[in-house]
Write a protein that binds this ligand. Structure first.
Ligand code: MN
Length: 441
């Protein structure tokens, strides 16, 4: 794995004052990448405090050069796929020069401040977009706690599938219905069995969220050429939040070959990609396996991945209902979990994904699966929070939920924290449920 450098220096401050607030998600040590639209045009940007750096304007003003300028040119047309395809060196060169430009003791401070209004935009003045056209989306199932709880809800004798501890289980998701945070979530119509056991078609009643982290693939691999675990970090560009909305009533009836219409109506992601390099100070050893569990097969076992394959990221889900908003009450936190609750590392997921020769491509999205842990507060979907509809989830006031209702909004958040490092955040992944469309007659 790469080494820490000056961009991670915890003493580094920015002349963009809002970036120096301790609770800020986007201090100068983060510099996440995203795509926004301005006057109908998509453009690549970097978040700093409550501002966005408009990369094209930075290039036009000749504030960066060399490999950083090449990196910005790769985002032409307002997408990050070209930059991802350069491999992580491209993003790293950009990060290094941008950090120098934005630091409070920047050698180009006067020039940068002179051009401030040209290169910086208020973050809330633009609409965020998907970071790139996502060619393929794969969702894993790597929390043992999530998997076991669901197995028990279904009454399985052995709640954990036999393969769970020997490989990271996954399914191929639907890339066409991935949307950026803030996009309306329309309740899907579908086939399901109602409370009387009658088969019906209509608005799916049991709608759920799933709190996940997702990785964007940097450079891809050639078909038939796998990704060895020792090199896998070169293939991970960065991470965002993922809400894998699930219509459990559809899913539990239809699922024979894996998830299908119960998932593909929409999946939401947060707009900012926190790069692998920004997360270097927060690396942890791979999560410990319970004593007695089988060791991974050699192709999934790398020294570096075992030493640094985990990341110190806390994740939260918050919920806001129409009643709460009407009464001007704030959202309620319903889940608080940690990435180390997963059984497999992202490195193991990517290596396993490509182990049969399957080619991953720049901009592919790889979901972790619901990040549930062992404790009640770490349950990362409503199905678990309610014990599959047995225990209502209290939301304050007189409200509780067995499933998401129209008007409910889910807000996912995450933060990487480490003693001696400046904590960095992921921004939000937000989505509100809207009523199902009337079936066309
Ligand atoms: Mn999922």
């Amino acid at each position: 794995m790469k080494k820490l450098n000056a961009t991670h220096d915890p003493l580094r401050r920015s002349w963009v004052e809002s970036a120096n607030q301790p609770a800020c998600d986007f201090p100068i040590q983060n510099l996440p990448l995203g795509v926004f639209s301005l006057d109908g045009q998509k453009r690549a940007g970097v978040a700093i405090g409550d501002k966005i750096v408009d990369l094209q304007q930075v290039l036009n003003a000749k504030l960066l050069d060399g490999d950083a300028a090449t990196a910005i040119r790769a985002t032409e047309g307002g997408q990050l796929k070209g930059l991802m395809a350069l491999g992580n060196e491209g993003a790293s060169a950009l990060r290094s020069q941008l950090s120098d430009l934005l630091r409070s003791d920047s050698p180009r401070l006067l020039r940068a401040r002179e051009l401030e209004h040209q290169i910086l935009l208020p973050i809330d003045s633009v609409a965020m977009e998907l970071p790139c056209e996502i060619g393929d989306y794969t969702d894993f199932l790597t929390s043992q706690h999530h998997t076991e709880r669901h197995g028990r809800f279904k009454g399985l004798k052995d709640p954990l599938p036999p393969a769970f501890k020997s490989l990271p289980v996954a399914y191929h998701g639907r890339a066409s219905s991935l949307r950026v945070s803030g996009t309306a979530v329309t309740r899907p119509n579908g086939q399901y069995k109602d409370a009387q056991g009658q088969l019906v078609f209509g608005p799916a009643p049991m709608l759920d969220f799933e709190l996940e982290l997702a990785a964007f693939v940097a450079r891809g691999n050639t078909l038939s050429e796998p990704i060895p675990i020792r090199a896998v970090q070169d293939y991970i560009f960065g991470y965002c939040l993922l809400n894998d909305w699930s219509a459990k009533s559809i899913q539990w009836w239809e699922q024979v070959l894996g998830p299908f219409l119960g998932k593909s109506f929409i999946s939401s992601i947060s707009p900012w990609i926190v790069t692998s390099e920004a997360l270097l100070p927060f690396r942890l050893p791979a999560p410990l396996r319970p004593v007695g569990d089988p060791a991974p097969l050699p192709y999934l076992q790398g020294d570096e991945d075992q030493r640094e394959g985990g990341i110190d990221i806390e994740l939260e889900a918050w919920m806001s209902t129409s009643t709460q908003r009407h009464e001007q009450r704030p959202p309620v936190r319903i889940t608080q979990t940690h990435l180390q609750n997963l059984y497999w590392t992202f490195g193991q997921m990517l290596t396993h994904h490509a182990s049969n020769g399957c080619n991953l491509r720049a901009g592919d999205l790889i979901g972790s699966g619901t990040i549930s842990g062992p404790d009640d507060m770490t349950r990362a979907c409503i199905t678990e929070l309610t014990n599959a509809g047995a225990d209502p989830l209290p939301l304050g006031g007189n409200e509780c939920r067995l499933a998401l209702e129209d008007g409910d909004e889910i807000i996912l958040k995450a933060r990487a924290t480490r003693e001696g490092a400046v904590s960095i955040g992921f921004g939000e992944c937000r989505g509100r449920i809207f009523p199902a469309k009337n079936w066309p007659v």
